[in-house]
Design a protein around this ligand. Structure first.
Ligand code: F6R
Length: 370
């Protein structure tokens, strides 16, 4: 059952490292080649793919948005991410060379199922990334890449999210390999950093909960939260905002940090909590500097800053009221760790407010109506 945890959500967040690890298991051989043996789409068909459209809803769509950054960078083909319910009703452009990737934890989400049926009717191949063996979505797809997060019981999706990113990354690496878009040693390097992630997530789970709980106690009466990030930190911000609204019923808004001065900064007032996902300092440090300057701007307006940042990051400490630390990792890997404190934070907030974290009001685990 709950294995000693007081909620399924608690248990499932603590299974984040295992969800990533199990999803990687058996997906590459001893030479470091990606071997998606269970994906039965012809290699020639894969080679011909010139566009990917990810269809999904909610958390699964944010996993798709994260994957877009990685797959476009690795494979050099366009990746669109679309909410399944929007995709289905807008006459999307689909060809036999389009790979539609349907991401769904439950495999029963009606919006996603209808969208995939539409894609197949138009002659595109559909690959499902799914956590539930034999569910409708994988059954109706041309191929399946299962996430091995284990059953997710709490309504709010947590471990499935990190497993979905992992699976989508494997798909991206596989495509890069088949299409010759990356050198073998580059693929091996990415695989090696993926393999490092479960231990890094574990570090967050081992060292950060106290600070997270303290922050939740401090912010429990806040009426609203803003979540900001850039690059892969942007979908992570959206996911952090969704978790908090879903289970703590706090009004949240997530957006790209670059949008601040295009409107949302008007919302920032004395004491407004603003959560920033701070990119790593090394590598893409241009983005790091830009996010730090965003922090400075809202700080100057009296915001209460919560930052998720790399543990070596000295700039953050200067401005943030609270920091949730994460170990160093490449930018593209950072969503796998950055989401973890946000999952814990939402859970702590909901618990402090006395809500049932596993069964939030008005929500069902899988939405089987359109
Ligand atoms: C968020 C959440 C929902 C689901 C969405 C898709 O915590 O649970 O947003 O992610 O309904 O569900 P699946 O992945 O089952 O298709």
């Amino acid at each position: 059952e709950k294995g000693g945890w007081d909620s399924f959500m608690d248990k499932e967040i603590h299974e984040d490292p295992a969800a990533v690890q199990r999803t990687l298991l058996g997906r590459f051989d001893e030479h470091g080649d990606v071997t998606l043996d269970e994906v039965h789409i012809d290699e020639h068909d894969f080679k011909a793919i010139d566009k990917i459209i990810v269809i999904a809803c909610g958390t699964a769509s944010y996993a798709g948005q994260v994957a877009k950054y990685a797959i476009e960078h690795w494979v050099r083909i366009p990746v669109e991410v679309e909410l399944a319910h929007e995709f289905r009703y807008r006459d999307p452009i689909l060809t036999p060379r389009t790979l539609v990737v349907a991401i769904s934890q439950s495999g029963e989400t009606m919006d996603t199922l209808m969208a995939l049926r539409h894609a197949r009717e138009q002659g595109s191949k559909v690959l499902a990334i799914c956590n539930t063996q034999g569910a409708s979505i994988p059954r109706e797809s041309d191929a399946v890449l299962y996430t091995h997060a284990g059953p997710e019981v709490a309504v709010a999706s947590t471990k499935a999210f990190v497993a979905q990113i992992t699976a989508a990354y494997l798909l991206g690496l596989y495509l890069a390999q088949v299409k010759g878009a990356m050198f073998r040693d580059e693929i091996q390097q990415v695989l090696a950093s993926l393999k490092d992630m479960p231990a890094k997530i574990q570090w967050v789970l081992d060292t950060q909960p106290e600070a997270i709980e303290k922050a939740a106690e401090q912010m429990v009466d806040a009426k609203s939260f803003l979540f900001l990030g850039r690059h892969v930190g942007y979908p992570v911000a959206l996911e952090g905002a969704l978790k908090l609204k879903e289970i703590a019923y706090t009004f949240t808004e997530g957006f790209a940090a670059g949008e601040l001065k295009h409107g949302p900064i008007a919302l920032v007032d004395e004491g407004e909590p603003v959560v920033f996902i701070v990119p790593p300092e090394r590598g893409r440090n241009v983005l790091h500097a830009k996010v730090i300057s965003g922090i400075e701007e809202v700080k100057a307006r009296g915001a209460f800053i919560i930052a998720v940042a790399e543990r070596s990051d000295k700039d953050v400490q200067q401005y943030a009221d609270v920091v949730f630390w994460r170990p160093e990792c490449p930018t593209l890997m950072s969503p796998l760790v950055d989401v973890v404190p946000l999952q814990l934070f939402a859970m702590d907030m909901a618990k402090l407010k006395g809500y049932d974290v596993d069964k939030p009001r008005n929500l069902a685990k899988s939405v089987t109506v359109e």
